[in-house]
Design a protein around this ligand. Structure first.
Ligand code: FAD
Length: 470
């Protein structure tokens, strides 16, 4: 009898435990993607990225003799319908860890088991299951370094194989058409702007990982903080949709380390930051929408979507490094990590705007959007999270720019205003921006929204108020 393979954020065939187990079980395998709330709630760029990923994944499955079945509805009902239509006796999937998915999957598993169906979930989105890493006292880690020390020497399975063929049923159940899902419709700047900067799919992920390990990992430690250097792996958008497995990244990094390549350990540590984000989200899901440190509830953050917030989104704050980064985000769906920290610090400290506003904008704009890493990143910068940057350490974006964009390559690449001869990327922002924003590359550079020194002092005063009230 067939096995339904419920595909979620695992758009790959290599190192896919649920697929492997489905093939090993014998009988046909029917891969299915369900458009439930977890898909319809996605921000514009993550939804577009999912569409691109699903296109590539469907092609990959076809090469292996399978098809991707698309259905809309509540997960359990869709699965039960498909079971009735195909006579499937098992449903396999990879686990996810956000509270909505955990709750949904638990209910689905229990109901399917009650129906006499073999419902099994597998590990594959992470290196370590969040409950498999515990402190000596038996709780979860709230600080990164001991988390890293607890996991860095662990062994992980190394058979990173893919089935050559996926056994097909005699007849395939009906599928909706991906085009009808219109996943890119919420993308107001049109599908092609961001899509033009994306190479989706398992092959692209493998190329990215291979190229990074071969050519760039040695310069990673020195170059990873320089946004214009292209020194980082750019793997995050593949990891978030599971087009590459974290295990494969881990093993590639470990081998590079054994080969004596500088930068390899730093890379592994970054991959483990992703694990840490999941560890936190699973064990303390309030990190997604509430100040992780409750005392921050009394902080004087503004939470209105006013003109100043709009100027931040548009890259019109008058601080060049911040504005360049916001333009990069809008046009490519990506932003360098150093730049993420700077724009987040500027918003939450110099502008005194709540981190949730920034988190939401990133959720709408990032092709690598990940609930755990995004929430942790924002709360880390804002100072309200576990193991956060101390609030009083306020990035000065101009000093940061001098340090990490010394030759101005990043700012020149993304800012047109005030430049004699702006390049293609800088100009592409104006084609993408909605007309209602009324922006033109001929505009003068905006005046600073906040004086950096005064903004810093105001932020420190607000912090002092919080401490005094505590
Ligand atoms: P590399 O430097 O090559 O790192 C390798 C991998 O390690 C990354 O692909 C990523 O999976 C992981 N990683 C690296 N740094 C971090 C980190 N600080 N936290 C968690 N994982 C990390 N990352 C996301 O994947 N999705 C998000 O939505 C996201 N939102 C963020 C929001 C803020 C405010 C901040 C400060 C950081 C955020 N990050 C997020 C983390 C980080 O910026 C990106 O993972 C990184 O820029 C991706 O580029 P890369 O793949 O070239 O990274």
């Amino acid at each position: 009898a067939p096995t339904l393979l419920w595909i979620r954020r695992d758009l790959r065939t290599t190192d896919h435990d649920a697929l492997e187990a489905a093939v090993a079980r014998g009988g046909p395998v029917i891969p299915v993607v369900i458009r439930d709330k977890s898909v319809t709630d996605l921000g514009a760029a993550p939804a577009l990225r999912l569409e691109l990923g699903l296109e590539a994944f469907a092609r990959r499955l076809e090469e292996k003799g399978a098809r991707l079945i698309l259905r809309t509805g509540k997960a359990l009902e869709v699965l039960q319908d498909l079971i009735a239509e195909t006579g499937a006796e098992a449903v396999f999937w990879h686990r996810l860890y956000d509270p909505h998915a955990v709750d949904r999957d638990r209910k689905v598993k229990a109901a399917l088991n009650d129906d006499g169906i073999e419902a099994r979930s597998f590990a594959g989105h992470l290196l370590f299951e969040p409950w498999e890493v515990e402190t000596g006292q038996g709780g979860y880690y709230k600080v990164y370094s001991p988390f890293w020390r607890a996991v860095r020497d662990r062994d992980l399975p190394t058979t990173l194989t893919a089935p050559a063929e996926i056994p097909a049923p005699d007849s395939w159940p009906e599928s909706e058409a991906l085009a009808d899902w219109n996943l890119s419709a919420p993308m107001r700047r049109g599908r092609d702007v961001v899509a033009g900067h994306v190479e989706a799919g398992e092959d692209a992920a493998q190329t990215q990982l291979g190229g990074f390990i071969r050519d760039r990992i040695e310069g990673y430690k020195a170059g990873r903080d320089v946004p214009a250097s292209g020194a980082t792996s750019d793997l995050s958008q593949y990891l978030t949709l599971g087009e590459v497995s974290p295990r494969q990244c881990w093993h590639a990094g470990r081998r590079a380390m054994e080969d004596g390549k500088a930068g390899a350990e730093t890379f592994l540590k970054e991959v483990v930051w992703r694990e840490f984000a999941y560890h936190l989200m699973y064990n303390a899901p309030q990190i997604l929408d509430r100040n992780w440190r409750e005392e921050w509830d009394g902080f004087a953050w503004r939470e209105e979507e006013d003109d100043r917030v709009l100027a931040w989104k548009q890259g019109r704050t008058g601080v060049d490094f911040v504005d360049a980064a916001m333009r990069e985000l809008y046009v490519t769906g990506r932003m360098h990590n150093r730049a993420r920290m700077i724009v987040a610090s500027y918003l939450t400290k110099h502008m005194l705007v709540h981190w949730r506003i920034g988190q939401k904008w990133f959720e709408d704009c990032l092709v690598d959007w990940d609930p755990a890493s995004n929430a942790m990143g924002w709360q880390w910068v804002a100072g309200s999270g576990p193991d956060a940057a101390p609030y009083f350490r306020i990035f000065n974006p101009d000093t940061q720019a001098e340090k990490f964009d010394r030759d101005q390559a990043y700012r020149r690449r993304w800012l047109a205003e005030g430049q004699g001869n702006p390049g293609e990327d800088a100009l592409s922002f104006f084609d993408a921006a909605p007309r209602s924003w009324g922006l033109s590359p001929e505009d003068a550079r905006p005046k600073p929204l906040v004086d950096l020194k005064a903004g810093r002092e105001r932020a420190l005063a607000a912090y002092k108020d919080l401490k005094d009230d505590a």
